[in-house]
Design a protein around this ligand. Structure first.
Ligand SMILES: NC(=O)c1ccc[n+]([C@@H]2O[C@H](COP(=O)([O-])OP(=O)(O)OC[C@H]3O[C@@H](n4cnc5c(N)ncnc54)[C@H](OP(=O)(O)O)[C@@H]3O)[C@@H](O)[C@H]2O)c1
Length: 357
């Protein structure tokens, strides 16, 4: 009998959940695979020779009995706006550590809001252990370490490889709500494509616009920096379109439009093939600046978003099961160290400017 602490992967039949489940098994784990689709979960569990459970996520009281004897849940069922709070609450009730692969600002903040309760229950709350935000969070923490007192953090990324249905649904859900940045410590709503800049990635400059990425929430806890903007690639034409038609985006928030859009995405978007996922790469850039005009920048190159998410999630789960992480809410760099990202294959950082010693 295997007496190592029991892990559960919920949403294991999804595009990303499956990558995580397969890698976990490859690395010698035998997690319980869970989800709401009984047939899909049973088939995957049969193939990977893992135990399985099917249940849905209506509320914490209904989830908690399924977490009995589970040491840590890797939660992969998104959009997390609809699933994370009840899973976190159930984990706090049962003393189960919680990890997820969200990149949603409000879900990260839901983890922050539950931190005290989680500490009381000796539970670790670790939202966002995937591509969003592990590489950018570690980059932010490494930059902040080299410029104590920095007041502005700017992060940017470009990623190849395409989108899974879950990611496309999550983006579609967030579109009507516009952009978000952090100003003087507070998260503020701003228009979509609020600011643009030419970002000097390692392979050259790329035109980028601000987006409401998870670091707007998490990097504040990792670095204490009060002003945070996150950018991603968008051509001048795309930015002009977003700005011109931005006033129409709130219409996408209407329930019937969301329902229709989500269902079409579910039918049409399949996620990157293995070949694309394994070949594609992601590029990140970050800069911290202080009020005296000093700044330090760096670029980070790593695996494609989904490949990296599988690898960081399984590593995070292993470290959590080994009880190596703090209790309560932590960001990735707080839980695993700011150089965590450098432990993954084909990943390196290049400092763009000399560091004063
Ligand atoms: N942080 C990152 O970098 C990163 C990377 C990858 C993915 N993600 C996020 O992870 C989430 C999943 O992505 P994916 O690629 O795996 O998508 P996917 O292929 O659509 O899979 C979604 C999974 O979640 C389940 N699910 C969705 N809503 C649910 C609900 N209300 N209750 C119970 N289960 C539910 C689905 O179950 P059914 O099969 O029954 O529908 C399926 O198992 C998305 O939010 C995505 O944005 C983040």
């Amino acid at each position: 009998m295997n007496d190592s602490p029991r892990a559960m992967i919920y949403g294991a039949n999804g595009y990303t959940g499956q990558l995580i489940a397969r890698l976990a098994v490859e690395r010698g784990m035998r997690p319980t695979l869970a989800g709401r689709n009984h047939e899909a979960i049973a088939a995957l569990a049969g193939e990977l020779d893992c135990p399985f459970l099917s249940f849905s996520l209506e509320n914490a009281a209904q989830i908690a009995p399924h977490l009995k004897d589970v040491a840590a849940v890797m939660h992969c069922a998104g959009p997390f706006s609809q699933t994370a709070r009840q899973m976190m609450d159930a984990c706090i009730t049962t003393g189960t550590d919680y990890l997820d692969i969200t990149g949603e600002i409000d879900v990260i903040l839901a983890g922050v809001a539950r931190s005290e309760r989680a500490i009381g229950a000796e539970v670790a709350l670790l939202p966002a252990v995937g591509f969003d935000v592990v590489p950018s969070d570690c980059l932010a923490a490494m930059l902040a370490d080299r410029l104590p007192g920095a007041s502005v953090l700017q992060l940017a990324f470009v990623g190849g490889g395409g989108l899974s249905a879950g990611t496309a649904k999550t983006m579609f859900e967030s579109l009507p709500h516009g952009g978000r940045v952090r100003i003087d410590g507070e998260i503020r709503d701003v228009p979509n494509a609020w600011k643009t800049m030419e970002v000097p990635f390692r392979s050259g400059k790329v035109h980028c616009m601000t987006i409401p990425w998870g670091d707007v929430a998490s990097a504040y806890y990792s670095t204490g920096i009060p002003n945070i903007e996150v950018y991603t690639a968008a051509s001048r034409k795309q930015v002009a379109r977003v700005r011109r038609f931005g006033f129409l985006l709130p219409l996408l928030g209407f329930k019937p439009i969301q329902k229709l859009g989500q269902s079409r995405i579910g039918k049409k978007v399949k996620g990157p093939s293995d070949d694309v996922r394994l070949k594609a790469r992601s590029s990140l850039w970050g800069r911290v600046s202080d009020d005296q005009g000093k700044s330090i920048a760096a670029t980070l190159e790593t695996l494609s978003g989904y490949e990296l998410t599988a690898q960081t999630s399984v590593a995070a789960l292993e470290r959590t099961l080994a009880r190596e992480v703090p209790r309560g809410f932590s960001t990735a760099s707080q839980a695993f160290g700011k150089e965590f990202i450098l432990s993954f294959p084909d990943t390196d950082i290049v400092w763009a400017e000399p560091v004063a010693v």
